[in-house]
Design a protein around this ligand. Structure first.
Ligand code: IMP
Length: 453
């Protein structure tokens, strides 16, 4: 295989806010034109809701491409895999009649989440004096800590039962001591854990391979790949609102390290933003709006976490944040989701700039304390007060909605390629130029079916 003989097209889909931008639906729609969808970061903390023929699917680990026949799914090395959660999701998909065998591949280099990761996370989150992040309690952070600390267990090691036994015995001894000393937690039983995970290893084994080789070979063969980001830019471990972030590289750079496909093989980055903004968990959120407008966005947008069911904090679109996401990820196409949620508002405020201590800020503060001092400068847009639900072409949108989108496009520095006007696959507007690229992206053996509306 010549690694530099790539023929297939590639695109990274990245969240431009704090996650929950609606990437699931977008990846699902785009998967029609791609051969493979590859997840590159996070774990079962993510929750992608996809509605197909009025049937709701919540995917946590398995990439959204699994719901599209003929599209293969890859869980890359940058993901932290909870074997039990993976097997549960696979079983639910099988029960729903979705083809999983032979279509899902799991990286042998992905790290494994074990019960002690959850135990330590739960205890630490509730310990006095700790900054409460408001995590999803899935053991994500502690699993990445072990990865970076070079004491993690990888999927390849999970399949090696002798190694698994030694690893679990040693890790349990150490984690039980730490958890008891720091948090007075009950110890976990290493022997029981080994038997449960040895059983899971056998079930997972048919899915496991070297996914970096699989992906690079696919590109050489002319197949196209879409890289599916989890969470969003502002939850990225390096570029987000640290420490109120997740523990992985949620930005586009993570797609490279998290799959083993080189930066030179990436054609473009598609950023997904809601027409407003939400965040779940703790941490700064400059354009947050409480009271009746916040409640209206939450109710109309059904803003409750797909994984934890927690109500999401809601606010107005934040353009400085969107520009920052554009810069960090290299976004060239923007997808705006949930436009219809704004339909009833007489006026739509948009944050166009930040002030700190009365001074306009051109950059995003690095420190949490700086973030919390931000005052948003708002511009009010006239609302359209008519339904945009399910509209499929730009020229059918009410004029103020088109103007709102044109303003977002100008200010964000990226072209709008798609607008989502409802949860269903068909409730989507495609912009002609984006569609031309998309049709050109269709890999060998795949038919581009998206139409210019
Ligand atoms: P963790 O990823 O469970 O460690 O949680 C860290 C932070 O990221 C918390 O504020 C979570 O609410 C947030 N978070 C993690 N995954 C998602 C997601 O898929 N959508 C939105 N927020 C998330």
């Amino acid at each position: 295989m010549g690694w530099n003989l790539k023929k297939g097209k590639t695109a990274i889909i990245v969240g431009a806010q704090w996650g929950d931008e609606g990437k699931g639906k977008i990846v699902d729609v785009l998967s029609e034109n791609f051969s493979i969808v590859a997840r590159y970061a996070g774990g079962h903390n993510a929750g992608h809701t996809v509605i197909i023929n009025n049937k709701k699917f919540i995917l946590q680990l398995v990439p959204c491409g699994v719901l599209r026949s003929g599209c293969r799914s890859v869980i890359g090395n940058g993901v932290v895999l909870d074997p039990m959660a993976f097997l549960k999701e696979v079983a639910a998909l099988r029960d729903a009649g979705v083809k999983v065998d032979g279509t899902i591949s799991v990286s042998n280099r992905a790290h494994v989440i074990l019960p002690y990761h959850r135990m330590i996370e739960l205890a630490a989150e509730n310990a006095p004096g700790r900054v409460k992040i408001g995590t999803t309690s899935r053991g994500i952070g502690p699993a990445y800590e072990d990865k970076m600390g070079r004491r993690g267990l990888r999927v390849a090691d999970l399949l090696d039962l002798k190694l698994l036994k030694t690893h679990i015995e040693n890790a349990c001894r150490e984690k039980n001591m730490i958890a008891h000393a720091l948090f007075n937690s009950e110890p976990l039983d290493a022997d029981k854990m080994y038997h449960e995970y040895a059983d899971a290893a056998e079930k997972i084994s048919p899915f496991v391979c070297d996914t970096a080789v699989l992906l690079n070979q696919a590109l050489v063969n002319g197949e196209s790949i879409v890289f599916e980001g989890a969470q969003g830019t502002m939850l990225d471990i390096d570029h987000g609102t640290y420490p109120f972030v997740t523990s992985s590289s949620a930005t586009s750079g993570g797609a490279v390290t998290g799959t083993g496909v080189a930066p030179t093989a990436i054609d473009l980055v598609i950023g997904v933003t809601k027409a407003y903004c939400t965040r779940v968990g703790g941490g700064p959120f400059p354009s947050e709006v409480e009271g009746p407008n916040g409640d209206l966005l939450r109710a109309r947008g059904n803003e409750y976490g797909a994984v934890t069911g927690r109500p999401r904090r809601c606010g107005w679109l934040d353009l400085p944040l969107l520009r920052y996401a554009g810069m960090i990820n290299g976004i060239s196409w923007l997808v705006v989701t949930k436009l219809d949620v704004l339909d009833e508002l007489p006026e739509i405020p948009v944050c166009v700039g930040y002030k700190i201590d009365g001074k306009r800020m051109g950059t995003i503060p690095a420190q949490d304390s700086g973030y919390r001092k931000i005052e948003c400068i708002y511009k009010n847009w006239p609302g359209w007060r008519t339904s945009t639900l399910g509209i499929t072409s730009m020229d059918k949108l009410p004029k103020p909605a088109r103007e709102y989108l044109a303003f977002v496009e100008r200010e964000s520095g990226a072209r709008i390629g798609m607008v989502s006007t409802g949860p269903g696959r068909e409730q989507t507007i495609f912009v002609d130029e984006f569609l031309i690229w998309l049709n050109g992206a269709a890999g060998k053996g795949r038919q581009a079916k998206a139409r210019v509306q």
